[in-house]
Design a protein around this ligand. Structure first.
Ligand code: HEC
Length: 258
């Protein structure tokens, strides 16, 4: 809202019009809020100075002023409130074409062009089916389709603990805080069925949800879904590790510590 509108608004308030009558100045809720705020200031200050000034301007008549000081004090607030409260509509009212709306810009009446045949927008091709669905030919992949590095694993751990552990708990046994407060309990990741499940299954569960667990597709990017899946595999291994799984050098160190 610019100063001219602020002044017009103040004038409407001075004439005690209903907010609806100057909806054109601002938008919906914003208007009502601004007007309420402005009225509140007028009310507190008994509205003498500004209203008098406006009445004089509007009617040419001079009104008596009761207690000028409070109005004087409120004036900067009123102006600041009017000035700051409604910066938004300008941004909202910018000229733009809404998706699928009509336009006379192109001869066919659409507001956007069709992409040329056999092309896809850059970055949206999603050609790597295994990476984006966790499946090849409808069968879950059994190998991680990204390179497993220490960084991927730490990212998986960090994401798992932030996004999944509230239900699955940090060990994956399915006893997270949300479950302790009444959410249905998920199965432990350490049961045979899930230990033997292909890694693509974990990707799929995060993408599409599973039973009462909702989808995390909008919250976890595919890259992170694989990182989490890899970390779940690591959790599963850690719960069933045998001494022979440990690197001999490391095992010797561990045994020396005993
Ligand atoms: C709000 C709680 C909640 C959160 C958060 C949650 N889950 Fe689940 N999850 C569940 C529940 C409950 C089930 C069991 C669903 C059922 O069987 O109906 C489940 C099931 C699963 C299963 C087992 C599917 C099967 O084959 O039985 C996997 C794997 C899984 N979740 C992974 C994840 C991962 C990875 C995350 C984080 C990205 C996550 N979950 C976040 C509640 C949650």
């Amino acid at each position: 809202m610019n100063l001219i509108n602020a002044e017009a608004l103040a004038r409407c308030i001075a004439k005690d019009r209903k907010p609806e009558s100057f909806q054109w100045l601002l938008n919906g809720e914003q208007t009502v809020k601004t007007v309420r705020l402005a009225r509140w200031f007028f009310h507190r200050a008994k509205a003498p100075v500004l209203m008098t000034a406006h009445r004089r301007q509007l009617t040419g008549r001079v009104q008596s002023t009761r207690g000028g000081a409070p109005g004087g004090r409120a004036l900067p607030f009123v102006i600041a409130a009017l000035f700051f409260a409604a910066c938004r509509p300008d941004m909202m009212n910018q000229p733009k074409a809404k998706a699928l709306s009509e336009s006379d810009f192109f001869s066919n009446g659409a507001n956007a062009r069709q992409p040329p045949a056999h092309t896809v927008p850059r970055g949206d091709a999603r050609e790597d089916i295994a990476f984006y669905t966790g499946q090849t030919n409808g069968i879950y992949v059994t190998q991680l389709p990204v390179k497993l590095t220490r960084d991927v694993m730490s990212r998986g751990r960090e994401r798992f603990e932030a996004i999944c552990a509230e239900c699955h708990d940090r060990t994956g046994s399915g006893n997270g805080m949300v479950v302790q407060r009444g959410f249905p309990q998920p199965p432990s990741f350490h049961v045979d069925r899930l230990r033997n499940a292909p890694i693509g299954h974990f990707f799929d569960v995060i993408t599409n949800g599973y039973g009462v667990m909702y989808s995390y597709a909008t919250r976890v990017e595919p890259e992170d879904r694989w990182a989490i899946a890899a970390y779940i595999r690591a959790l599963q291994l850690s719960h069933n590790a045998k001494p022979s799984d440990v690197d001999p050098g490391e095992r010797a160190k561990l045994e020396a510590k005993k």
